[in-house]
Design a protein around this ligand. Sequence first.
Ligand SMILES: NC(=O)c1ccc[n+]([C@@H]2O[C@H](COP(=O)([O-])OP(=O)(O)OC[C@H]3O[C@@H](n4cnc5c(N)ncnc54)[C@H](O)[C@@H]3O)[C@@H](O)[C@H]2O)c1
Length: 405
Amino acid sequence: MAIVGQGYVGLPLAMAAVNAGWTVIGIDNFEAKVSQINSGKSPVEDISDVQLQAALKSGAYKATAEFSEVADASVITICVPTPLDDKREPNLSLLQSAATEIAPFVSNETLVVSESTSYPGTLRDIIIPTVESLKPKDSVKVYYASAPERVNPGDPIWNQKNTPRLVGAIDKESKSRAVAFYQSICDAVVSVSTPEVAEAAKLLENTFRLVNIAMVNELNQICTAAGINIHEVIDAASTKPYGFMPFRPGVGVGGHCIPVDPLYLAWWARQLGSRALFVESAGSINYLMPKYVAQRAIGLVDPSIKNPKILILGVAYKPGVGDVRETPVSELRDHLLLSGADVAWHDPLVPTWKGSNSVDLNWQCDVAILATRQPGMNLERLIAKGVNILDCTNSLNGQSGVTAL
Ligand SMILES: NC(=O)c1ccc[n+]([C@@H]2O[C@H](COP(=O)([O-])OP(=O)(O)OC[C@H]3O[C@@H](n4cnc5c(N)ncnc54)[C@H](O)[C@@H]3O)[C@@H](O)[C@H]2O)c1
């Protein structure tokens, strides 16, 4: 098989496929990443160097920037980014270029699957016409399916193998090939009637998280104003054995999925002459959270200090990863700087960010903001030193000098 895009989705998929007995070609147009992977150094936290090196050594896996190598594959999956453009609308240029690059080399009877997250209709309206118009003449039949990736980087429990996989295909033969393929690498495959259902389900999953996080972020502001601890409220509500799922407040939402995918949904709604007002409102609430957190942190500093020194702990968008894409900590830092604060940051998994380096925990500050609790952060030392900490992670409850967000 060939996997186009060797990032957070494509590389773990490659390793899962190798484990399932496939011979895998990992294609990436970023040559430095290809060299890094082939030298046995994994670019993603979920794949260890040891695992990658074993796959390379066995001959079952290699990375390449050569799209012509897909000619040997009976299955091609596309796992490239689907970001936003300047107008915060879907930017499918990478997906389009991946389809364009593989098309001339697709062999007869190949299954092409899109795993990238996008709006319903992407497989049928963009990928299929591109491949069909550019495929070799003797490549009489190509099969197509959509199987949106659900990987959760840094998750010690759920991975590509044990997370059920949605598959939606364009016809019966494509469906049976796609289901058989995913059955070979996943414990459970859920077949849905069309690619559009699979694409829409992926948007629903991530939008569900966005709106619930927004709701609890909003409720946190209300509870804080009323002097009620939101976490005690959430814990109390969580004792209901059905119909409730806990979400926790935080600095906002980050990463490649939760802040981005709902905007695909909102754009799709507008194309249909409709509006996703609820989703747009949730996006706005989360977008304003970094400002709220900045104000709360500055409120903990003695007002006589004009330019407080503020240390941000954790800048990645979630624990266990060094991924800073769309991290809300970026806006948090901007708001603090705008307020005149002297800001430094510490993250054991992010050595450099925004042109500056992670400082150590000895950096003298008036207040620290625990934005993302990374493994390996020695916060006990800060607490012992009596540093005031605004805890946005609900992980330092009740300790001296700690204020919950
Ligand atoms: N990261 C996640 O947690 C996650 C989870 C589920 C779904 N997704 C979705 O999966 C897709 C990929 O996300 P990711 O996080 O793996 O991205 P990533 O940035 O980690 O990796 C994508 C890789 O694709 C390469 N690439 C870009 N354009 C290319 C092209 N035209 N041809 C070949 N290679 C190309 C990049 O160099 C990069 O190495 C996105 O649609 C994303 O929304 C991501």
